[in-house]
Design a protein around this ligand. Structure first.
Ligand code: NDP
Length: 309
């Protein structure tokens, strides 16, 4: 019985150490080292190379070390019919909430524009906006969206959200499904995408949706690059229908140097780092699921295969 860690960044040793710190007797391998493939029961993955999961004949669980699982579904060679789990974690949710708040405040208080002006040597006061005048609409009211909604209410924003199923969150107006979307968009001045990337949500941030937002709306995408139609965003910013955008995720990461987002003055970019799984906070749920797998109990945070999230 063993765990393999498969990811292409430089964090394999970090995760291995974090798992072993809490459970020294575990057998944990990097997929890059020589390891007994038939012993592997669980793969702990993050943006693994496509096909890498196909090497384990006795694999029983694919565990994402982040909140998203889209990269697992995108791997056509990944074994089918195995359970997939993902991370649901208070620290991850709080980090996301703080990031989105920072982007919103930077926009309302013109910090993004002031930074540009500073570099150009321009001294120019710009009318600031108040939290109480803004209604934030959150697409996706799951683990992350719900935390953000609750925090924004506390800060004094008007808040509404949109999800597949009805939600009851104090102070938050909730809209549901295709029927609820148009009314939700009509009054959303700051739209935040926190949807999972699925067949239904791919390309959802497009011109048609943007045109349903009020003129001057601001769009934040912290979910996945695949939600956004890049050319539509640029067109809506250039025509002035949208006042700006805060982006953390992109179709291709790192974003290619020639991509027009880099130099667009109305786009605030961060390099897919809004919120990152903290090993200390997340490892206990990974180990709990490993124990549950071995003792054949229900897993935590299991993805619903039919929904894709
Ligand atoms: P959840 O699965 O907990 O929540 C997803 C929400 O989206 C749910 O409220 C769900 O509705 C709603 N939803 C899904 N599909 C639809 C649809 N077709 N129409 C309407 N609503 C829909 O996900 P999390 O909150 O944990 O994470 C969201 C995403 O954030 C992740 O999938 C990941 O891609 C991204 N992320 C980005 C990070 C970053 O650093 N940029 C960090 C972490 C996550 P219902 O509740 O009714 O099912």
């Amino acid at each position: 019985m063993a765990i393999v860690i498969i990811r292409q960044d430089d964090k394999i040793e970090l995760w291995k150490k974090a798992l072993l710190a809490q459970r020294p007797e575990l057998e944990v391998y990097s997929y890059l080292e020589d390891h007994p493939k038939e012993k592997i029961k669980m793969a702990l993955v993050w943006k693994h190379p496509k096909g890498a999961l196909a090497h384990y004949p006795n694999l029983e669980l694919i565990a994402s070390s982040g909140a998203g699982v889209d990269f697992i579904f995108e791997d056509g060679a990944a074994p089918k019919n195995l359970p997939i789990t993902r991370v649901v974690d208070d620290m991850l949710a709080k980090d996301m909430s703080e990031h989105v708040l920072a982007v919103i405040l930077s926009h309302l208080k013109n910090l993004d524009q002031y930074k540009i002006n500073q570099i150009k040597g321009i001294w120019q006061p710009i009318q600031y906006r108040r939290i109480s005048d803004f209604r934030v609409g959150i697409l996706g009211l799951g683990a992350l969206g719900r935390e953000l909604a609750t925090d924004l209410v506390k800060y004094g924003f008007k808040v509404q959200g949109w999800a597949s199923s009805k939600k009851d969150i104090a102070g938050v107006d909730c809209f549901v499904g295709d029927n609820g979307l148009i009314d939700f968009l009509k009054t959303t001045q700051i739209a935040v995408c926190l949807l999972p990337l699925t067949q239904e949500t791919t390309g959802i941030l497009n011109k048609e949706l943007f045109l349903k937002l009020p003129k001057g709306a601001f769009v934040i995408n912290v979910a996945r690059g695949g939600h956004l139609v890049d050319e539509d965003l640029i067109e809506m910013l250039d025509t002035g229908h949208l006042s700006g955008a805060g982006l953390d995720v992109y179709h291709e990461e790192p974003l290619p140097k020639e991509h027009p987002f880099w130099k667009h003055e109305k786009i605030q970019m961060t390099p897919h780092y809004a919120s990152v799984s903290d090993t200390g906070s997340v490892v206990p749920q990974i180990l709990e699921n490993y124990d549950r797998l071995l003792t054949k109990r229900d897993l935590l945070n299991e993805v619903v295969m039919e929904k894709g999230y």
